[in-house]
Design a protein around this ligand. Structure first.
Ligand code: PHE
Length: 341
């Protein structure tokens, strides 16, 4: 019996030596140390041995079991170490390889200007109102006191769609009617930013698509001096206290009286140049007191309510802020231009 145990142990150790991976190791454990292994069975047989034989054989069987367990643990450690080394070799990282540079995105200069404009008016209590870029003739013109065939329509060269009466808005002013019809007869203080479209000959100052930010304030005691004060304050907050501005009398069918606001030309400091077409000033907005007809179309009683409106051009403002000499750069999508911001 002692030799048998000796043989079992030798055989097991020899088998263990050949084990090369974790699966084989587990299989080895089951067949040499598991419940139904030959070695474990010798423990069951101890009871049937004589009193004299039992202690020596029991001790020997125990020794063999401990020897196999110790060898198993050693082999298991060795295998784990081997696996680790293999993966360290195969997944080796060259930490000296330079990384790939990340391209950092940035906001379009117009988006930045729009956000700045929103912030300045937001600080003054204006809320942002969104209105559609595809409009009807009724909203873009009729309700703003510009009847069909009226010469005032010449101010807005228009893109028409193939559906009669549906067009791309030429200005954000139709939004005035949308807001008024939504809130009448409550007081209103909103700005309406967004893209507008005109069928025009492009130049350094004009493009076929551009943003506007419309402003509208309606209440019981709103006057022209509120309009002037608000816009003057706006230009100071955008351009700094020293900015030179002027109001010029003008005409729009939907405001009365009407004005335009200019800012001194950045390029020639007012002397007159190509960008300002010799005038020394760049127009940045049109404005005026809301016309009684428009007030009525919006659902307000013009004998009780007064209001002002303005429509300013973020592209022009961006040109002034960054000394950009041609408006076409802004939507030309030239990365070399955009990367400067
Ligand atoms: N809608 C006018 C334009 O596009 C600007 C404007 C807006 C003028 C509001 C007066 C009041 O030219």
């Amino acid at each position: 019996m002692l030799e048998q145990i000796e043989k079992l142990e030798q055989q097991a150790l020899a088998d263990l030596h050949a084990v090369q991976d974790e699966d084989a190791l587990q299989r080895w454990k089951v067949s040499h140390l598991g419940r139904s292994s030959s070695l474990m069975k010798t423990f069951d047989q101890l009871g049937s041995l004589s009193k004299e034989e039992r202690p020596a054989i029991g001790r020997r069987a125990n020794q063999a079991k401990q020897a196999l367990e110790a060898a198993f643990n050693q082999q298991s450690d060795r295998l784990r170490q081997q696996t680790l080394e293999r993966s360290l070799q195969s997944e080796r990282l060259d930490v000296t390889l330079p990384g790939r540079p990340q391209v950092r995105g940035r906001l379009h200069p117009i988006t930045r200007t729009l956000r700045q404009i929103n912030r300045v008016f937001g600080d003054m209590g204006f809320q942002v109102f969104r209105s559609p870029e595809v409009e009807t003739d009724e909203y873009n013109f009729e309700l703003l006191n510009i009847p069909a065939h009226h010469p005032a329509r010449d101010m807005w060269d228009t893109f028409h769609t193939s559906t009669p009466g549906v067009l791309l808005r030429t200005h954000t002013s139709p939004g005035q009617i949308h807001v008024m019809r939504k809130y009448a007869p409550e007081p209103i203080r909103v700005i309406l930013p967004g893209m507008c479209y005109r069928y025009e000959q492009v130049s350094a100052r004009k493009d076929t698509q551009f943003n506007q930010v419309e402003g509208l304030a309606i209440g019981k005691n709103i006057t022209m001096s509120d309009l002037k004060g608000t816009l003057t304050d706006f230009t100071r907050r955008m351009f700094g206290e020293q900015v030179r501005t002027r109001f010029r009398a003008s005409h729009f069918p939907f405001t009365e009286p009407s004005a335009e606001m200019d800012i001194e030309c950045f390029l020639c400091q007012g002397a007159g140049c190509g960008v300002c077409s010799g005038s020394g000033w760049l127009e940045i907005l049109g404005c005026g007191m809301v016309h009684p007809v428009v007030m009525t179309n919006g659902g307000y009683d013009p004998t009780k309510f007064m209001g002002y409106a303005f429509g300013l051009g973020p592209e022009r403002i961006t040109m002034l802020l960054h000394q950009i000499e041609d408006i076409r750069y802004l939507w030309g999508n030239d990365i070399r231009f955009l990367e400067q911001f």
